[in-house]
Design a protein around this ligand. Structure first.
Ligand SMILES: Nc1ncnc2c1ncn2[C@@H]1O[C@H](COP(=O)(O)OP(=O)(O)O)[C@@H](O)[C@H]1O
Ligand SMILES: [Mg+2]
Length: 321
């Protein structure tokens, strides 16, 4: 027994020596073997995101290309890394950040360089969303819907849509959805449903079914619908409709009021969605946002508006203005 342990240890040790002597670079992208960190762009609980400049020589010239590198710093995030790569590689849409490569040895994902600010930082900045008029905000929202619809067309749901996971590139007026760590392929190769069987995401964005259904069998696309409803609320009002603590012990009564209001009492519903937030809100803006809130934040996932329906409404609105 001890002998086998000894062999194992020897093999692993030799492998380790071989691996560390190889100059490890991303698998297909011949960049970043030599690179310089330009700046830290952000961090998550288990990740650090850097802007890096390639310093390799390509065709006798010094490469100066910029890339965004997501470094997985913990065991937990390294498990999500493969899921993030496998799903992100499927996407090809201007409102979704493009993944370029995976560096499995150094636990890094390489993304296209997008100069942007996430919507939470934008919301917390001095000017927040107030500097944009409703048409601009709805255009931002329309781009989010387009990105999410593309994912759904590839049979993948994002599951962790939130302000922090949407970048805004001011110069291009362009939205880019990021962070596919929790994304979920919801059909198998025989086109059979693969529901989600565990709670995933961020508490303030948790849909009501997370608190009711047991055993868990969630409809992945309808979780995304709820999350974009919360994002829309944030964009319009600059705050969350309700707060849910990370340990789920404290849930804002407004959350339950909303569920009841949708089911029984429209007056209460109107109180939650007091829509006259902007001076320049037209009757059309009012009708559209009301329909979107009512549809996307429907407590029943089976009756909740799909992303495709929400996009149809917003497309029609932008056609009319
Ligand atoms: N291309 C980028 N430009 C600017 N900031 C970025 C970029 N990519 C990520 N970030 C920042 O890093 C944060 C964490 O990135 P994300 O991919 O969401 O990691 P995590 O999986 O840890 O949440 C984002 O919320 C955002 O603030
Ligand atoms: Mg994130």
């Amino acid at each position: 027994m001890n002998y086998f342990i000894f062999i194992d240890t020897q093999v692993y040790f030799s492998l380790f020596i071989i691996m560390s002597s190889i100059k490890v670079s991303p698998l297909s992208l011949s960049h970043l073997t030599n690179n310089k960190i330009i700046k830290k762009l952000g961090e998550g609980t288990d990740t650090c995101i850097y802007l890096c400049k390639c310093h390799d020589i390509h065709d006798d010239n010094l490469c100066q290309d910029l890339f965004v590198v997501k470094h997985m710093t913990t065991k937990n995030s390294r498990l999500l890394m493969y899921n993030e790569y496998n799903n992100a590689i499927v996407f090809n849409h201007k409102n979704i950040i493009s993944i370029l490569d995976i560096d499995i040895f150094n636990h890094k994902l390489i993304y296209e360089n997008v100069v942007g600010i996430d919507l939470l930082d934008l919301c917390n900045a001095n000017t927040n969303f107030c500097k944009y008029d409703i048409t601009m905000l709805l255009n931002m929202f329309q781009q989010i819907l387009r990105g999410v619809l593309h994912m759904h067309n590839q049979r993948i749901a994002h599951i962790d849509l939130k302000l922090e996971n949407v970048l805004w590139c001011e110069s291009l007026q362009l939205v880019k959805i990021i962070d596919f760590g929790h994304s979920h392929m919801y059909k198998d190769i025989h086109n059979r449903d693969r529901p989600i069987e565990a709670i995933k995401g961020t508490p303030n964005y948790f849909p009501p079914e997370y608190f009711i259904d047991k055993p868990y069998q969630f409809i992945p696309t309808q979780i995304d619908s709820w999350c974009v409803g919360i994002i829309l609320y944030n964009i319009i009002y600059d705050h969350f409709p309700w707060i849910i603590s990370d340990d789920l012990k404290t849930i804002d009564p407004m959350f339950f009021h909303h569920i009841d209001a949708m089911n029984y009492d429209n007056t209460l519903y109107d109180k939650i969605f007091h829509i006259y937030r902007f001076e320049k809100f037209t009757a059309n803006d009012y009708i559209l946002t009301r329909k979107l809130f009512k549809g996307l934040l429907h407590p029943n996932p089976h009756k909740r508006m799909t992303i495709s329906k929400a996009l149809d409404l917003v497309d029609l609105y932008s056609f009319l203005i």
